[in-house]
Design a protein around this ligand. Structure first.
Ligand SMILES: [Zn+2]
Length: 421
């Protein structure tokens, strides 16, 4: 059974086209072209759904609650924020993480994200004992994604030291057994893919990192890690290993084309060259990095080296893909004192580069997953914008409020008005 949607405009990274229909068949786009019959979407544009490549869904529970100092501790930074986050993580149960994750994923869909990469590290009972089903919390997150209807790349996260007991596994073998079981359990779930991650160099030992790299390579799995987010983390790595985080990752075989380094805020030139040389990616989370006072990643240097870039809403202080993309360019402008900074080769506007980073593709085409968003062209932010300027108006002059519908795997999953639960 195929289904054709006929919007006023189909948007891609470079512009907008009218007179096209998007035909969906079996969860994929089978054709984008002129059609006479289908479901008309008057006043709407269709575009690819955004990919949220880094999420800790439960951390959305901190929204608004951590925007003040404790008078006894007037210096607030990433490390004090982390204590508040640990306290939230301590209280999670399988039911509460499912509920919190579902709400977070529904908000993502309403904001235009149709796919999420969940960096999941709350694994066990608060004292560190595994649940009767050792993957109980990971499965709760999967069920939350299915409840909401969002596509999920679930990354069980290895945690060897530090943090709180419920993050940690006794051995890397025990951790990988859980990943194996989760992969088997997830088979046949169309929205779910399982990869693997290491939390960070401070939380995972060199031996574990090596094992995780081997495991991911052997299975062709996505492999993520937080790195170079905080200067203190880099100093600790240099003290322990006499090298910087990405240098260590390169040396032990953790980097490859399926590897994503999350943040890379303070990556230096040598580290960026290593990422480029291994074909690895960087995920930027500008709204969270700003909220936490992390800093801003070397976006121009990443672009110049052809390192693939994605975005994530990470702690969910804010969930808005347009804002993440805008932050990338406007921070690059603040730092350089120039305009239109993140230009890919041969392009005169940063918009195509930014949208490709957000969508993970350049537009809608046959063969792609039918993960789409519907944009309200009569929204006050867009109403008078010429069609050709719409992609830039989305990035520079609008927010998630312009998104009025989403399709995942060819299914209509939400209109923002539906989510007022
Ligand atoms: Zn993170």
């Amino acid at each position: 059974m195929s289904h054709t949607l006929i919007p006023d405009l189909v948007l891609d990274a470079h512009g907008a086209r009218s007179g096209l229909g998007v035909t969906i068949e079996g969860g994929r786009i089978s054709e984008v072209g002129p059609v006479a019959e289908g479901e008309r979407l008057p006043g709407k544009a269709l575009a690819p759904g955004f990919v949220n490549d880094h999420s800790h869904a439960f951390q959305r529970g901190l929204r608004g609650a951590v925007e003040r100092i404790e008078p006894s501790r007037p210096h607030d930074d990433f490390w004090t924020w982390r204590e508040r986050m640990y306290a939230l993580a301590e209280g999670l149960t399988p039911d509460s993480i499912r509920e919190a994750s579902r709400r977070c994923y529904e908000e993502m869909l309403s904001a235009g994200y149709t796919s999420v990469t969940e960096f999941h590290y709350v694994h066990h009972l608060p004292d560190g004992t595994p649940y009767e089903d050792p993957n109980a919390l990971a499965k709760a997150v999967v069920l939350a994604a299915e409840d909401a209807g969002i596509r999920l790349l679930l990354l069980p996260v290895a945690y060897a030291r530090g943090g709180i007991p419920r993050f940690r596994d006794a051995s890397v073998e025990a951790f990988l057994r859980r990943v194996d079981d989760l992969k088997v359990w997830s088979e046949g779930r169309p929205l779910i893919e399982v990869g693997v991650a290491a939390h960070s160099i401070r939380a995972v030992t060199r031996g574990w990192l090596q094992e995780l790299g081997d495991y991911a390579r052997g299975g062709g799995l996505p492999l993520h890690i937080h790195a170079d987010e905080q200067r203190r983390e880099i100093e600790e790595c240099q003290t322990e290993y006499d090298m910087r985080p990405v240098e260590l990752l390169a040396e032990i075989g953790f980097l490859g084309p399926n590897t994503t380094v999350v943040h890379a805020t303070h990556a230096d030139e040598r580290e960026l060259n290593l990422l480029a040389g291994h074909g690895s990616s960087v995920c930027a989370c500008p709204t969270t990095e700003g909220n936490l006072g992390d800093g801003f990643l070397p976006a121009m240097e990443i672009l110049e080296r052809g390192i693939r870039l994605s975005i994530g809403s990470d702690s969910h202080a804010r969930i808005d893909p347009f804002e993440e993309l805008r932050e990338l360019e406007t921070n690059a402008r603040r730092l350089s004192g120039r305009r239109n900074v993140l230009l890919a080769e041969g392009e005169t506007s940063p918009t195509p580069y930014l949208l490709r980073a957000g969508w993970g593709r350049g537009g809608l085409k046959a063969g792609d997953s039918a993960d789409l968003i519907e944009i309200d062209l009569s929204h006050p932010a867009l109403a008078d914008v010429e069609a050709g300027n719409l992609p830039s108006a989305l990035v520079f002059g609008s927010g998630s409020g312009v998104v009025v519908g989403a399709w995942v795997d060819g299914q209509s999953v939400c209109a923002p008005n539906d989510t007022g639960s």
